[in-house]
Design a protein around this ligand. Structure first.
Ligand SMILES: Cc1cc2nc3c(=O)[nH]c(=O)nc-3n(C[C@H](O)[C@H](O)[C@H](O)COP(=O)(O)OP(=O)(O)OC[C@H]3O[C@@H](n4cnc5c(N)ncnc54)[C@H](O)[C@@H]3O)c2cc1C
Length: 437
């Protein structure tokens, strides 16, 4: 095996580093190095739950250095800031708070980019400046703190208002707008509703009623969850409406300020917090690689997941763009695709004759969307023959959880995963249902 450097330890990158590191004699045949700017791995599809405080990220971290030590690869903490394709080397900047900053050069025979994605604001005026997004644990935690502080302030306002006018006690005191009704927006809305219910039930703020926090979702398409079957989208929509969440479909945002969201059809929604969950693009670093990109800054790859300009560089996960084998659609940026690509590359990079390996084939096993404590909806494809199986309720919630646990099992193994689940269950008995401070 050659010297393989993987940049990005997310869903795809950590899985690949672990698979390659576990190959018999991996250390003798070549070096596997994982680079990530963070010290710990976190399963990104749970970021909405961190933002709402329904999970504590500390209970879900996987330490890269420990994972590397246990699985035969090296870990370098730092951000990749430069590449020399001729010399086949990367420059990594490591920051030690304000004490020092170092630049290290690492050589590679093969480079695998698994950089993930960042929020795409589509150049809507004011969106990047005034909206919060969920690209990292730090952003999700910042959202959570801001949300709780706004709830506390709204509760105080409510107390003074109720003293003057008791009849107005259910009128909204805080407006949250979520732009985008894909899985991220829907999952966040349901979890935020649960958090507000908990704040009221446990008297963790001066709010009297969950209705005092108004949550609105704005979506440009005709239905929420545009990627799901319309009948399932309808179930999700009815559930959200029953929870008091307003849904505005066929509504496009034209401008955002620090207090309002404007739409192209002339509506103005007040918003103390606006969350942008309406699309992703490749990270800025991709544009410094000198390889072909699509208009969303994602790296174009062939069916061996190689960049079109440099056979020594592969890309996988959200940061790459590949046409589906049906030649009609693009493979979606999803955890499911990221994981399949990592399995494919682990086989390709350990073969003696990689060029003879058949190309990557994406299999869509369906998708599941969690409504937190209020259930889940989704489809399972090819579960029975070639048919789609619609799931909802407790079974859908269980399947949703299993997708995450399957990733954890693949990375840390079944015994440690069991310990992980038990530790989380035990801690949850000691703590409030939401992280409220
Ligand atoms: C709130 C939310 C909910 C989601 N729900 C679902 C879902 O239900 N189902 C689903 O399939 N998908 C879901 N997704 C999408 C899914 O999380 C992504 O498709 C998946 O994480 C992509 O994996 P990845 O390995 O490509 O990137 P990531 O998991 O994002 O990992 C990228 C890694 O690269 C590192 N990195 C980036 N740039 C650099 C650099 N220059 N130097 C060093 N390190 C760098 C980052 O620190 C990060 O660790 C959701 C996403 C979000 C945000």
């Amino acid at each position: 095996m050659e010297s393989i450097v993987i940049v990005g330890g997310g869903v795809a990158g950590l899985d690949l580093a672990t698979r390659l590191g576990r190959q018999p004699g991996a250390g003798k045949k070549g070096r596997v190095v994982l680079v990530d700017s963070a010290a710990t791995h976190f399963w990104k599809p749970l970021l909405h739950a961190v933002a709402a405080g329904t999970i504590d990220p500390g209970n879900h971290y996987i330490d890269y250095a420990k994972q590397a030590f246990d699985n035969g690869f090296d870990f370098v903490r730092g951000e990749v800031v430069g590449i020399d394709r001729e010399a086949r080397s990367l420059t990594i900047r490591s920051r030690f708070q304000d004490v020092m900053e170092t630049h290290t050069v690492i050589a590679y025979d093969r480079l695998v980019l698994a950089l993930g994605s960042v929020t795409n604001f589509f150049a809507i005026p004011g969106a990047e400046q005034h909206c919060l997004s969920l690209d990292s644990v730090a952003q999700a935690e910042a959202f959570r703190r801001r949300f709780l502080n706004h709830c506390a302030a709204a509760g105080q306002r409510g107390q003074s208002r109720n003293a003057a006018d008791k009849a107005a006690s259910d009128a909204p005191l805080l407006d949250i707008v979520i732009v985008g009704a894909g899985p991220t927006g829907i999952e966040l809305a349901a979890d935020l509703r649960h958090t507000v219910d908990t704040l009221v039930r446990y008297r963790l703020s001066a709010l009297d009623s969950p209705a005092q926090v108004r949550i609105r979702i704005i979506e440009r398409s005709k239905q929420l969850l545009p990627s799901l079957d319309p009948s399932l989208a309808l179930i999700a929509s009815e559930k959200l409406k029953a929870l008091g969440i307003e849904i505005h479909t066929e509504t496009a945002v034209s401008r955002v300020t620090d207090k309002e969201v404007f739409t192209t059809d002339g509506q103005v929604f007040p918003a103390a917090i606006t969350v942008w969950a309406a699309g992703v693009k490749g990270p800025d670093f991709s544009s410094h690689l000198g390889v072909a990109l699509n208009r969303n800054n994602q790296i174009l790859v062939d069916e061996q997941l190689r960049t079109l300009d440099d056979p020594h560089i592969h890309a996988m996960g959200d940061c790459c763009s590949l046409l589906h084998q049906d030649k009609k659609t693009m493979i979606p940026p999803s955890a499911q695709a990221a994981r399949q690509q990592s399995v494919f590359l682990s086989r390709l990079l350990t073969r003696r004759a990689p060029a003879a390996t058949p190309g990557f084939q994406y299999r869509d096993y369906g998708s599941l969307v969690s409504l937190g404590r209020y259930g889940a909806v989704g489809t399972l494809r090819r579960a029975i023959g070639n048919r789609h199986l619609h799931l909802r309720g407790a079974i859908a919630s269980l399947m949703y959880l299993l997708i995450y646990e399957r990733h954890v099992v693949a990375v840390i193994g079944p015994v440690r995963t069991f310990g992980h689940i038990m530790a989380r269950r035990f801690r949850s008995k000691l703590l409030m249902p939401v992280k409220w401070h």
